[in-house]
Design a protein around this ligand. Structure first.
Ligand SMILES: Nc1ncnc2c1ncn2[C@@H]1O[C@H](COP(=O)(O)OP(=O)(O)OP(=O)(O)O)[C@@H](O)[C@H]1O
Length: 257
């Protein structure tokens, strides 16, 4: 897998007249880097992600992949390049885990129904990578929230995207699986945009952070530049203390009312 350069220029979105949910947001993510999108509930994180996987068309501005506007591509071409793992997942509950992961091969139109060997290998690899081999015959509806989340990540990996969008990927996951997702994110050689509520995690995993506040960018840059007490206090209306962990000497943020 290889990553694409993501270039977002002055995007805005509104569901109707006079109600702007996102405005004037710009950033660039180099190929293979990880951007974390942070901000309080309702700040516009999911709305921004929807513009990146071509669910909403921006009202203003552009979203470009390797210089090409995603709205000048066909939906199929975008699906070959961009995969998304969302909080609300479609409910194909009767399908088996393997069948769900196979759906990731669909945009590539390589005739999975005829059992292409390359597709089978890619699906096997995605199941293995997400630790799903033992669950592959189970129907989605019988899985726990965390198991389901891992299936959706496996489906996205099977899509072999150049840009992977993750909306709160650690939701539902226990500590071990959170760490596994974080390790996976750090190890994939593709461009990743992920929303994250855990700011300490964002600081560890992301190359860059975009902090949203009421649909606007409050800061974009390295985690050290953006995740400052001043910015966080403004974005979340909390008090922040920056502390240093005694064993690892890492910076750690704590939050207070
Ligand atoms: N289609 C829509 N029509 C009207 N309002 C919308 C629509 N989509 C989102 N909103 C509103 O826009 C705001 C931003 O929503 P969004 O889901 O992007 O926030 P978020 O930062 O992802 O929040 P959370 O952390 O709670 O998931 C919210 O107030 C939401 O209610």
């Amino acid at each position: 897998m290889s990553g694409a350069v993501l270039s977002v220029q002055d995007v805005g979105w509104s569901p109707g007249r006079g109600h702007t949910l996102l405005s004037g947001v710009s950033f660039d993510v180099p190929a293979g880097k990880v951007l974390g999108v942070a901000g309080a509930n309702g700040a516009g994180k999911s709305t921004l992600l929807r513009l990146l996987y071509r669910f909403h068309k921006p009202v203003t501005g552009t979203v470009r992949l390797d210089g090409e506007d995603i709205w000048s591509m066909s939906a199929r071409e975008t699906a070959q390049k961009v995969a998304a793992v969302l909080q609300e997942q479609p409910g194909d509950f009767a399908l088996s885990v393997r069948e769900i992961v196979e759906l990731g091969r669909r945009p590539h139109g390589s005739g999975f129904a005829r059992g292409g060997r390359r597709d089978t290998e890619i699906v096997d690899e995605a199941l293995e990578r997400m630790g799903l081999n033992d669950l592959s015959a189970r129907s989605l509806g019988t899985l726990s929230g965390g198991e389901r989340q891992r299936v959706m990540v496996a489906r996205a990996l099977a899509q072999k995207p150049q840009l992977l969008i993750l909306d709160e990927p650690t939701n539902h996951l226990d500590i071990r699986h959170q760490l596994e997702i974080v390790t996976l994110i750090s190890s994939l050689n593709i461009t990743i945009v992920t929303s994250l509520h855990d700011l300490n995690l964002a600081g560890r995993v992301c190359d860059q952070v975009l902090l949203l506040h009421k649909g606007r960018s409050l800061g974009f840059g390295t985690p050290e530049e953006v995740l400052t007490p001043t910015h966080i206090e403004q974005a979340y209306s909390v008090f922040v203390r920056q502390e240093r962990l005694s064993q690892s000497h890492e910076q750690y943020l704590t939050f207070h009312l």
